[in-house]
Design a protein around this ligand. Sequence first.
Ligand code: CTP
Length: 404
Amino acid sequence: MRATSSQGIGKSVLLIIGGGIAAYKCLELIRQLSKRGITTRVIMTKAAEQFVTPLSVVSLSGENVFTDLFSLTDETQMGHIELSRSTDLVVVAPATADLMAKMAAGLAVDLASTTLLATDKAVLLAPAMNVRMWHHLATARNITQLKKDGIHFVGPNEGDMACGEFGLGRMAEPMEIVAAIESLLSPRIQPLTGRRVLITAGPTQEAIDPVRYISNRSSGKQGYALAEAAANMGADVTLVSGPVALATPLGVRRVDVTTADEMLVAVKQIPNTDLAIFCAAVADWKVANPARQKLKKNDASEPPSLSFVPSPDILKSVAGLHEGRPKIIVGFAAETENVIANAKAKLKSKGCDIIIANDVSEGVFGTNKNVVHFVSAKGVESWPELSKSEVAQRVLAACAGLLK
Ligand code: CTP
């Protein structure tokens, strides 16, 4: 017996079937979702109709199939905006190279791409394409962009392809897609579910002239590990990042900044934060008057001398807020000597609740390891050498405990 939306878990999925040979697997996917009480509405691209017929899809889903952006019948039954919103999750399977390129570019040229641009729901892609298309630089670029936009992925898998080649590009099997859908539809209650977390990461760059700047050795790895761990614990994470060469962790909202001033503006725009972790290595000084044109060595008889002015102390300014102060504020203390004494002093002078102190004299910048001390009003806990991701998990577990 086919379950309906009033049975089972009662959630609904909007399935966009793209034009690829793997489209036939969507019939089994719809059947499996239906068995679990998940209603599936379907959009098919024109190319998809070459691989499976709308009639087969209607027969299995029991719902109308939408194919045309300009169909009067479809638009009167359910407009494309409503279609994109009145669902719990949008799934694209097979997500072809073409559909992903349209999504990455924000194009709205047919019903599928328009719906994807209009939706405010989570989107899961099950890519499928020829192995060379999967490895093409353009596809890699689009995937990086889509991950940055918070799009979820399942697969592709490695194996024999319909085109006779072997490699990555086979669409995930229907049961793998069902598992990914179920986990997105019913996320487990996590320690930071419903909490808003702000993390600053990476260095800032302060201009000397249009081509030169002052910065520091921060790679951003510890801050990004914190953002990833917070998202994995269910938090709504905003990562305000200086210039780094790291991919945005899945499910994390990233705001890119360059200077300390920009970082302060970005941080102050994020409201209602439960937990703020200031991991960025912010430049303490900026050049007083950066040159508008490149400083030319031939114009000067002597090397230029730079004068500096302080840049804003972001952590201190947020910790001092009377209204809208995050419930818990964590700072980092990058020290090369007297690590614990300096960290204790910073806990007070900055007005934060916790300081994670680390000795940055050697072997920390750019590596995956960290040795830190957890400093709070209760005292100092020294942790053994851990990976940056383990440090992140421990810091967040402690903060989640305090937030309870
Ligand atoms: N911090 C900040 N804004 C600044 C400087 C630092 O938000 N302009 C934050 C860092 O993100 C970190 C903490 O303050 O969480 C301590 O940073 P650190 O570089 O260790 O110390 P400083 O405040 O720069 O002090 P000092 O240079 O004397 O060590």
